[in-house]
Design a protein around this ligand. Structure first.
Ligand SMILES: Nc1ncnc2c1ncn2[C@@H]1O[C@H](COP(=O)(O)OP(=O)(O)O)[C@@H](O)[C@H]1O
Ligand SMILES: [Mg+2]
Length: 558
């Protein structure tokens, strides 16, 4: 019996079998436009017997540029045909990202790959293996993939790759991806918390073992810190800035500081502070297309975002008229327009909208006339803090948005590692267009060796909109400090256990403990950490940071 070797291999329509071992392949027809870093751990939990087979072929740069350029011109052509709003914003994103990808390829910071991708569910019986595949398919679909079960093509999916023998592969096998996309397909299941070259972020609450993270070694360099007022966000952010500069002295830092807490800190590091409420600070013309490197269409989109942040009450038809005026301004207006030019453009409308005119008056005679005119502000200083304290509360989101636009340009143009700290980031997510802009910034700055450090009180502000969620998904590390309560949405989104969600409202705050307790989410890891400063760090920070602790009357230096 043992001498005979019965052919134990057989192939069914959608599975094959070798002895008792079944294999059920699954392909993906379409990948989502973005996947979160570490998504594979959700797709392939260790409890499910699934293989991932990857076949990679590097596309030569010249050919890669051609492919990207073609994608861009297709989006361009389609954009010029009127279509529904959602479609055109998708195309807008496509155009922007293919342009940036083109630049990255030219700069050799990204490459394009031809990627063969198949998932293979494994099991000891047909039903079982089909079930494993069905669950896998659901998980993929929930992340925006479009899975596909190959029929009568099992062998063509599963045969091993032979270099030089292209052979035909079924639909859904081949994909074209940039390096970042390829990187996300590698499962770093047990990410170490001792990343060489990283900074000390805290001590494990369980055993005081130190945890080091290196933001530069991951596809996203951005982190988020969330917690109630007084939980220690600003302190932690400044502490990480100190430690990052210690390791990378060339680190460029911009702080967007709505409450003016970081001014002294930045000065003490040898930097400069621009205080918007101070007329001597100089003007940044928010309409200057220099921030998008002269790309007038992209600039028009960003200007629209800033105006929406300023006029949240705009009705649809008013917003549409204003958008059209902004488009005309960048199509045919002066090289570097000012708000006077925008107002003239709005008035040129054959059916001028009186309310729109009244709203824009704020730039001509009202409290924003200081931003109406050419740029006079010039500084290459680093670090640099933009201090918004003293500006009208209803204008904060507006100022924050165009300064973020400016910071984006600075990140793109400067060499070396860069960090932009955005405090009170919730101001940006309350309106759809500014939330979209923030999301784009978080996704794109990694191509410039730059990261954002977003500080905000409550993650729920971000969870309420798709772009807010996308922003959160694209942070490499998220620290949750004391929260007064944890919503179900936050619990589900961060995958918190009941115990973790119950602990956050009890996490100790610095005022009582002398350090802050936090729960870090790094990839799929959850780490309860104490954020502790050394004595010299603590002394420096307590001397230079202005605490946000609510103390009546202090806000304007009274
Ligand atoms: N890790 C820490 N160790 C010691 N003191 C801290 C720490 N974090 C915050 N503090 C102190 O607690 C107060 C509130 O911190 P802050 O960073 O302003 O909170 P938030 O920005 O969340 O409102 C400040 O006085 C700060 O000096
Ligand atoms: Mg703060």
């Amino acid at each position: 019996m043992s001498g005979r070797r019965p052919s134990r291999y057989s192939e069914g329509p959608t599975t094959d079998r070798l002895g008792q071992r079944y294999r059920a392949p699954l392909l993906v027809r379409e990948l989502p436009p973005e996947v979160a870093f570490g998504f594979l751990e959700r797709v392939l939990p260790t409890t499910e017997p699934v293989d991932l087979v990857l076949e990679l072929h590097r596309i030569p740069p010249e050919r890669a540029l051609e492919i990207v350029e073609r994608a861009r011109s297709v989006a361009e052509v389609e954009l010029n045909e009127p279509g529904p709003g959602a479609e055109s914003s998708r195309l807008e994103v496509e155009r922007t990202s293919s342009r940036e990808l083109g630049l990255a390829i030219a700069r050799r910071s990204q490459e394009l790959w031809k990627v063969g991708l198949s998932f293979v569910a494994l099991g000891s019986g047909r039903e079982r293996v089909e079930m494993v595949r069905a669950r896998l398919s659901e998980r993929l679909a929930s992340l925006g993939f479009r899975p596909r079960v190959p029929r009568y093509e099992v062998t063509n999916v599963l045969r091993t790759a032979e270099p030089g023998l292209p052979g035909s592969r079924p639909r859904g096998y081949w994909h074209t991806l940039p390096s970042d996309g390829v990187a996300s397909l590698f499962p770093f299941g047990d990410e170490t918390v001792l990343e060489p070259g990283g900074i000390l972020v805290g001590l494990a609450l369980a055993d005081a073992s130190p945890v080091f993270l290196d933001r530069w070694s991951h596809a996203s360099h951005s982190w988020g810190i969330f917690g109630t007022t007084g939980s220690g966000k600003s302190f932690a952010a400044a502490l990480y800035v100190l430690r990052s500069r210690w390791l990378r002295p060339d680190l460029d830092l911009v702080v967007l500081d709505p409450l003016g807490e970081f001014a002294e800190f930045v000065r003490s590091l040898g930097g400069e502070v621009v205080r918007l409420a101070d007329p001597a600070a100089g003007r940044l013309n928010p309409l200057d297309p220099i921030t998008t490197g002269g790309d007038r269409r992209e600039k028009a989109a960003r200007v629209t975002s800033t105006l929406r942040a300023l006029f949240p009450s705009l009705r649809d038809e008013e917003a549409a008229r204003l958008d059209a005026a902004v488009m005309r301004l960048y199509d045919r207006g002066p090289e570097v327009p000012t708000y006077n030019d925008l107002i003239a453009e709005v008035e040129r409308d054959p059916l001028p909208d009186p309310r729109l005119g009244t709203l824009l008056e704020v730039f001509r005679t009202g409290s924003l006339r200081s931003v109406n005119g050419p740029t006079t502000f010039r500084t290459a200083a680093s670090p640099l803090s933009v201090d918004l304290s003293g500006v009208a509360e209803e204008h904060r989101a507006f100022h924050l948005t165009y300064w973020l636009d400016w910071a984006y340009g600075r990140m793109r143009d400067r060499p070396g590692p860069k960090l932009v700290l955005v405090d009170e980031a919730h101001l940006l997510v309350h309106h759809g267009p500014t939330a979209d802009f923030l999301d784009r910034v978080v996704r794109h700055v990694r191509h410039f060796e730059a990261g954002l450090l977003l500080l905000s009180q409550n993650p729920d502000d971000f969870l309420g909109t798709p772009s807010g969620r996308s922003t959160l998904r694209n942070l490499y590390a998220t620290a949750l400090l004391h929260l007064s309560q944890v919503s179900n949405e936050a619990r589900t989104f961060f995958g918190l256990t009941g115990a973790e969600a119950g602990w956050l409202p009890k996490a100790r705050r610095p005022q009582a403990a002398g350090y802050s307790e936090s729960l870090w989410r790094v990839g799929e890891l959850h780490l309860p950490l104490a954020i502790v400063a050394s004595t010299p760090e603590f002394e420096f920070l307590s001397r230079t940071l202005r605490s946000s602790r609510p103390s009546a009357g202090r806000e304007d230096g009274l």
